[in-house]
Design a protein around this ligand. Structure first.
Ligand code: ATP
Ligand code: MG
Ligand code: FE
Length: 350
């Protein structure tokens, strides 16, 4: 199966061509990501209206480039996939409407992909992970531990009760005067910092359900920063290192808890899958590699550029759905909110 995937839910305008073979393996033929970072940097975060307009301006061009550099012609595609949510509604409308227009004109099926499902399934493209697996989804808007037993079969074990982890990285960066997006900036600063200088809380660590809470940690960073202001570069580096160490401790503990929960449910995971933008963080990757091994499984995590938003993950999720006969009507409405456990799979067809 050959699919075009379109991603416009946040501040990346992206399109990709992906092939999925009958044996379940996949290849990325092209993957074009145009980040709007510069458009939003001055505001310290994504401005929805600016994002939507920027998607309109560049999406045609991005799709053309994805097709051209893959060598695949529109007529050769088996379907057009687009992220239909969750995300900033203006951007979602741009991507989904474009996909619908292309599907109509080229007489191809449409696959309306849930952006979180796309993050979740990417490790099956890069690492051929069989179901079931434990998913740790850590992105800008989401922080969840999910038992994944099939395409469209997502059983949430736990999640954040306040901020997402990516959001905590972004807010911490902003607070410390680091550039947007915050995650990579905090990771870079932490490399030169002393993680033992500040003793920050590890919220919900040791709790029997695999939930998260990040807002207290963020506040603790703010209080430490205020106490030693004005901040010098080394202070910022030390705060970032201490913050990242706390996040990583919490992640490791919550994942161990979720692995236990899965076992209690009688499910033996084939892998711990790390997905979403925070999965690009090297310290997070290293730590969870060890946690997975200690827990009797392995870590599967896409390369950093496939952890953050991209078109290949949408095309791949579309292909996984199409392989099961799951396509969508052209009337499919864009969704600002669309939790992973409300995604429908093949089981709900009959
Ligand atoms: P969602 O997927 O929940 O809708 P999103 O699409 O905006 O949100 P992603 O693109 O998956 O999120 O990830 C972006 C988030 O990942 C941002 O919060 C960013 O700070 C964070 N991030 C990216 N790189 C790193 C890194 N190296 N370390 C930590 N966080 C990172
Ligand atoms: Mg982004
Ligand atoms: Fe995302």
């Amino acid at each position: 199966l050959l699919l075009l995937g379109i991603e416009t839910t946040c501040d990346e305008t992206a399109a990709a061509i992906v092939r999925r073979r009958a044996d379940g393996s996949g290849t990325i033929l092209s993957n074009i990501v145009l980040s709007q970072t510069d458009d939003h940097a001055a505001y310290g975060g994504v401005v929805p209206e600016i994002a939507a307009r920027a998607h309109v301006e560049v999406l045609d061009h991005v799709i053309e480039r994805a097709l051209r550099s893959s060598g695949v012609k529109l007529v050769e595609l088996d379907a057009i996939a687009a992220a239909a949510g969750p995300g900033l509604i203006g951007g979602v409308i741009v991507g989904l409407t474009t996909a619908k227009a292309m599907a109509l004109a080229a007489r191809k099926p449409l696959v309306a992909v849930n952006h979180l499902e796309a993050h979740a399934l990417t490790a099956r493209l890069t690492d051929a992970v069989p179901f079931p697996f434990l998913l740790l989804l850590v992105s800008g808007g989401h922080t969840q531990l999910v038992a994944v037993t099939g395409v469209g079969e997502y059983h949430k074990l736990g999640g954040t009760i306040d901020d997402a982890i990516g959001e905590a990285f972004d807010k911490t960066a902003k607070m410390l005067g680091l550039p947007y997006p915050g995650g990579p900036a905090v990771e870079r600063a932490a490399l030169r910092g002393d993680a033992s200088r500040f003793h920050l809380p590890r919220p919900l660590m040791g709790k029997p359900t695999p939930d998260f809470s990040l807002s207290g940690l963020k506040t603790a960073v703010r209080l430490e920063a205020l106490a030693i202001a004005p901040l010098h570069d080394q202070d910022v580096n030390d705060l970032c290192a201490s913050f990242q160490a706390a996040v990583v401790d919490v992640l490791a503990d919550r994942v161990r808890c979720a692995l236990r929960k899965m076992r209690e449910h009688g499910i033996k995971p084939n892998a711990l899958v790390l997905a979403g933008g925070v999965g690009a963080n090297q310290v997070v990757r290293r730590t969870l590699h060890k946690v997975a091994a200690d827990g009797g499984t392995r870590l599967a995590v896409p390369p950093p550029e496939l952890c953050t938003d991209n078109g290949a993950m949408i095309a791949w999720a579309g292909a996984e759905r199409l392989a099961l006969g799951l396509t969508d009507e052209l009337s499919f409405a864009p969704r600002a909110r669309w939790p992973l456990d409300e995604v429908e799979g093949a089981a709900s067809l009959d």
